[in-house]
Write a new protein. Sequence first.
Length: 273
Amino acid sequence: MGERGASALDIVTETVAVLEAHPAFDAGRGAVLDRDGRPQLDAGIMDGPTLAWGAVANVRTVAHPVRLARALAEGDGQARLMVGEGAERYAAELGLPYVEEERLVVARERDRWEHLRAADGFHTSAAFSGEAPRGTVGCVALDADGRLAAATSTGGAPYTRPGRVGDSPIVGAGFWADGTAAVSATGWGEAIATVQLCSRAADRVAHGQAPEDAAGSALEAMRTRVRWPGATAATGGVIALDVQGRGGWAFSTPRMARGGWTPGGGTWVALDA
């Protein structure tokens, strides 16, 4: 929740931007690498009161993809989702910070890329079922005026095909906010996009489920519905917040770091499974 005049959209933008700058996460600096050994960054953001959203995919020279996504959300509506070079050109027009592609790459992910390149038969779904932590980042917020917003940012799945787009920049899949709930997701993007995980969870909240129950039941529905040859189980994680300020989360991945802040309750974090 937010107070002191900051809008929910401001809160999710700046929280995610901080995480994009930290090399511990699979977003911005520290993102996983595709089969060519290059980062591919995606982000999406949504304003609950207006349903305005913006998203970018496959950008490599934008320091904070979430800020470019917000610019699209607040633009003239002629473009909501932009990809690749066109999105990077638009970021330059807006004066958003440019970053050299190599500055996004960290040694941990270069080592992971070398390992996966030598492996045989790696399936991207396996990246979200193993023991190694992953790091798509997301934030949901409710401000003092009762407005909700959600944002998600990622470097995608490791060793994926260049040009692949997962769920994070897909409205309703990797992020969603309306007048009832704000939701952000992480996990196997192809499965999440197939079931429109975030909007389905928000719909469950709208029909009376608590955010934690909605997150858990939406994940379970994804697990049972998505069964594709060659893939591991459809796993993911969801954080959700309703307009009453009740938050909840659920995950079927081995772990999901999370944290929050509430007026009077202070800040909390949890890293355990």
